[in-house]
Design a binder for this molecule. Structure first.
Ligand code: AMP
Ligand code: MN
Ligand code: MN
Ligand code: MN
Length: 273
């Protein structure tokens, strides 16, 4: 089975439309796909299900903070009509819009004008995020690549990295669980924290009702996979896998091209199969 449970469309910071993403998944012979846009479920309004040969699992990627560190939680197999969950999406949407204004002001202080309008052009009117500001900074020649935009202006600790706007980890997990879904810690190796701190995060995550981690996130080394599988066993978590696909130009996050989960892991999809 080819399974990919983490990817983005242009309704958040991905480049393909929901329809184009589904077409790509079919081309790559993906059997089970969850689209997990940042704080948005609007892609599901555009996709007509069921689709022959492709099982769609509803999903979302929530931004949250844990002890002042930005952490991403993927919710899978969610009832998209659940009222409390929809309120959560609304809360995050407002937080994103407000943060975008704050980023605009910070960048203005650094001498860059019209950043909000510029970023909105790239976001296409749905969830706005830092990558859209990065695209605008490239457009105006402030930086030469998006990577550089994050390094200088938008990444952790830089002017455009606004703290404390997202819902708490416990709230995000309860929205997901309340809607019948599974809460998954996304890309556990991407948080620039020590193993000890990651274990502390997992302790809290489990206590709050988190049930899975991404043992495989995009292309990664075998030792990383083994290390994540070990955490899975230690904390009695289910294992998920996702490319975190955003665009065709990013081969390290290619849709539907993931390595198999290690045999000692219990796959998250056992929860809905
Ligand atoms: P946001 O959700 O608005 O905080 O933006 C975070 C998103 O920016 C992530 O999901 C990635 O897609 C992207 N991102 C994070 N770091 C970088 C980076 N260094 N270079 C390019 N894109 C990045
Ligand atoms: Mn992203
Ligand atoms: Mn993420
Ligand atoms: Mn993602």
């Amino acid at each position: 089975m080819n399974i990919d449970l983490h990817c983005h469309t242009n309704l958040s910071d991905g480049h393909l439309t929901p329809t184009e993403l589904v077409e790509l998944a079919l081309q790559r012979r993906v059997d089970m796909l969850a689209i997990t846009d940042h704080d948005s479920i609007n892609c599901y309004k555009e996709i007509a299900t069921p689709i022959d040969d492709l099982k769609i699992i509803t999903g979302v990627e929530f931004s949250t903070t844990w002890r002042n560190i930005g952490v991403h939680i993927v919710g899978l197999n969610i009832d998209l009509t659940n009222k409390q969950f929809l309120k959560g999406i609304e809360f995050q949407t407002t937080a994103r819009a407000e943060r975008a204004q704050q980023i605009d002001q910070k960048l203005q202080k650094l001498g860059f004008s019209n950043c909000l309008e510029g970023a909105q052009r790239y976001s296409g009117g749905d969830q706005i995020g830092r990558p859209h500001f990065a695209q605008y900074l490239v457009e105006i020649g402030a930086v030469s690549t998006m990577q550089q935009a994050f390094k200088r202006y938008l990444g952790a600790g830089k002017a455009g990295d606004i703290k404390q706007q997202w819902a708490d980890l416990s709230d995000v997990i309860s929205w997901i669980r309340g809607a019948g879904g599974v809460a998954v810690l996304a890309h556990p190796t991407k948080y620039k924290i020590t193993r000890t701190k990651l274990c502390r995060l997992l302790e809290d995550f489990v206590e709050m009702g988190g049930e899975a981690i991404e043992v495989i996130s995009g292309s990664q080394s075998i030792s990383t996979t083994q290390s994540m599988a070990q955490l899975c066993q230690q904390f009695e978590l289910l294992a998920s896998c996702g490319s975190d696909f955003h665009a065709l130009e990013q081969p390290w996050a290619a849709l539907g091209m993931l390595c198999k989960l290690p045999d000692n892991c219990i796959p998250v999809w056992t929860r809905w199969q």
